[in-house]
Design a binder for this molecule. Structure first.
Ligand code: MN
Length: 354
């Protein structure tokens, strides 16, 4: 591998966290494959899409026929990422998506830990005979794959994927576009390097991606500062009128009903980040955001420190996720979901409130 001197030194500083055996087996699978399909989770975010597009770019660069199949549409602003227009949306083209998966010699699963997270693709993936490589950072992977590279301590799948490529000696095949996609993934899952970001090596990787030409200024605007007027008003309304702060318990809640969402012409992604806002209040260490959907209430939770919203979501909302970022669902009215949250406050709170 002919990597320039400076980058070579940087890459050598990166800890080799992926075990050698996984690298060897993944390399053999990739070498033997001609048609590679990359899949990610439903409602794909910047890390899922960024990782998928970067992987597609690298695999294409080494001569593979590569397709990215997504379970459903990505948020509109992610469509600005290089290569995004070539992705196959399984919601719009279910037959084509299944055909690609069934015709693959290798399936690379990115940014999810079980098939059910791919929604409508889950059965096709389960039934496919192609070997699979999973590269992910969610806790507790539970799926049939020949190679499982699972590192929950990694802030983003894109970050883990960069390490994976380096270990496969594919650093030089990460071009400017792939670098931009990887950086988008890392920025997404760290809130532009604002949380989950006390990992010095993140910045070595970030520097290498920028050296490859990734435009972080452009990505910041694309990922974090693109909002319609309706969206801005919806978020302002949610905080002004719908935020409940429970100082005694260190918690907060925001709910939005269907009517409220419609009033502000809600489109998917408009409430992205809203759930984090109450954590700005001193003393608030966990919060929930509940959004009424057609048949259920979508619950998102965030926390700071070692407060586990993953456990709360698993116990009360049939969900899961990460320690500080988790989600679930509630089948019932929005009022009942909110009432449940208020009722569990004394149990889940760690504050002394006698
Ligand atoms: Mn991720």
């Amino acid at each position: 591998m002919n990597v320039d001197h400076f980058s070579l030194r940087s890459i050598k500083m990166i800890t080799r966290i992926i075990d050698e055996n996984s690298i060897k087996r993944a390399k053999a699978l990739i070498d033997n494959a001609q048609r590679i399909v990359i899949v990610c989770h439903t409602s794909p975010d910047g890390d899922a899409i960024g990782s998928s597009l970067a992987a597609a770019s690298v695999f294409t660069a080494i001569g593979k026929t590569t397709n990215v199949v997504i379970p459903d549409q990505a948020l509109f602003y992610l469509k600005g990422l290089p290569g995004a227009k070539e992705m196959v949306d399984a919601m719009r083209y279910p037959d084509f998506a299944a055909e690609l998966i069934n015709g693959a010699d290798l399936i690379v699963c990115l940014d999810f830990n079980e098939f059910s997270r791919t929604a409508r693709l889950a059965d096709v993936l389960r039934n496919s005979k192609a070997p699979k490589i999973l590269i992910d950072h969610h806790i507790g992977p539970d799926m049939d794959a020949e190679v499982v590279i699972s590192h929950p301590e990694m802030a983003a799948t894109a970050y883990l994927l960069f390490r994976f490529f380096c270990r496969l000696e594919l650093f030089n095949f990460i071009d400017r576009d792939a670098a931009e996609c990887l950086l988008a993934g890392m920025m997404t899952d760290t809130g532009n390097f604002s949380y989950n970001c006390n990992d010095a090596e993140l910045y070595i990787v970030e520097a290498e991606l920028i050296r490859k030409g990734a435009d972080k200024n452009k990505l910041y605007r694309m990922l974090f500062n693109t909002q319609s007027a309706h969206c801005l008003r919806l978020n302002a309304y949610a905080i002004l009128k719908k935020m409940e702060v429970f100082h005694d318990y260190g918690g907060a809640l925001i709910t939005l009903s269907r009517d409220e969402l419609n009033r502000f012409h809600y489109t998917r992604g408009d409430t992205e980040g809203l759930v984090n806002r109450p954590l700005a209040i001193p003393g608030i260490e966990f919060c929930a955001f509940m959004r009424q959907e057609t048949d259920m209430v979508r619950v998102s939770m965030r926390s700071v420190g070692d407060f586990s919203v993953k456990d709360v979501c698993a116990e009360y909302f049939g969900g899961g996720g990460h320690l500080n970022a988790a989600g679930g669902e509630f089948y019932g009215t929005l009022e009942d979901a909110a009432a449940l949250f208020r009722s569990i406050l004394p149990k889940i709170s760690r504050k002394k409130h006698k």
